[in-house]
Design a binder for this molecule. Structure first.
Ligand code: GUN
Length: 299
């Protein structure tokens, strides 16, 4: 039986981080410009703490100026907005990322709207979302851009291919659909109300799963030879009942990996696939933002 080829996110993420480090060194040497990234974490969600630490460490490793603000979970919204305002005005900071999700008493939209669109390296401000949807240059959300890099590195030219995105989130589903459209795919966005989702998925040459439901997409939903990009990061009990009884968990994607391996042409593993690209693209977006703020062409 044929086996899908694995798309190893580690290789492509390492390559992109190395390219970013080169760009940073060149910006410093040629223009005395050091890209600066500020990451803000409110509260102590364990997964968010890991992501935020990784963003700080990788930005330093790429030679950037890096600042992490950790605020208590009960921080009032106006204090967070004041910090965002200070970072907007700070000339050493070119990129701002407020880690999501935020505590319930804070309105996410208000915080995202307060970030200067020029420093919005997450690409979540409505100005950047609108620019992306209009086909204009925009700071683009990191995970979707990471998906596109993996697809272009493996599949190559995407023009004319049928792409199905499962999930319509602002963070992944909608922007990745826009990027696939920009690459001349014929794009369907499927979601919880889609009728006969398995049949819709089976039409896809490129299937992007971003629903946050463990192993929802089964092997017989996949067109033979399709490229499957699994954005899901779901914590589930171990299959082994002894480990599960001990309360041990593991991370799986939105795709039933074992079944998909038998059908797909290409597949991203979870962990080790798309997730690793997110930070690398964040670094690239910070360089892009710094160049634009300094009046240089985006690299
Ligand atoms: N939480 C999970 N993914 C992301 C992301 O890409 N950006 C932000 N800001 N928060 C996240």
């Amino acid at each position: 039986m044929s086996q899908a080829k694995l798309i190893d996110g580690k290789i492509y993420a390492e390559r992109l981080r190395a390219q970013v480090a080169e760009q940073v060194a060149k910006l410093k040497a040629d223009h005395g410009l050091q890209p600066g990234l500020a990451v803000v974490l409110v509260g102590a969600d364990p997964a968010s703490e890991i992501y935020v630490r990784s963003k700080g460490e990788h930005s330093l490793a790429a030679g950037m100026h890096s600042v992490t603000h950790k605020l208590p979970a009960d921080t009032p919204q106006h204090d967070l907005l004041r910090l965002v305002g200070e970072l907007n005005a700070d000339p050493l900071i070119h990129g701002i990322l407020v880690q999501l999700p935020l505590p319930k008493h804070i309105e996410e939209r208000a915080v995202l709207a307060a970030i200067s669109p020029d420093k919005d390296v997450d690409g979540l401000h409505v100005v950047n979302a609108g620019r992306l949807a209009s086909g204009l240059p925009a700071l683009t959300p990191c995970t979707p851009l990471g998906c596109m890099i993996l697809l272009k590195e493996t599949v190559g030219d995407l023009s004319g291919l049928r792409a199905v995105v499962v999930g319509r989130s602002v963070l992944v589903g909608r922007p990745v659909a826009q990027l696939l459209l920009q690459s001349d795919c014929t794009v369907t966005i499927a979601h919880s109300r889609t009728r006969d989702l398995p049949a819709v998925c089976r039409e896809a040459d490129i299937l992007v799963a971003a629903v946050g439901r463990p192993r929802m997409i089964r092997g017989d939903w996949i067109k033979p030879g399709a490229a499957v990009i699994d954005v899901g990061i779901n914590r589930v009990p171990f299959d082994d009942p002894v480990k599960a009884a001990a309360g041990r968990t593991k991370v799986v994607g939105d795709v039933h990996f074992k079944e998909a391996m038998e059908v797909a042409g290409w597949i991203t593993p979870v962990p080790g696939g798309v997730g690793l690209m997110t930070v690398a693209v964040l670094l690239q977006n910070t360089v892009t933002a710094a160049r634009r703020q300094a009046g240089l062409e985006a690299s």
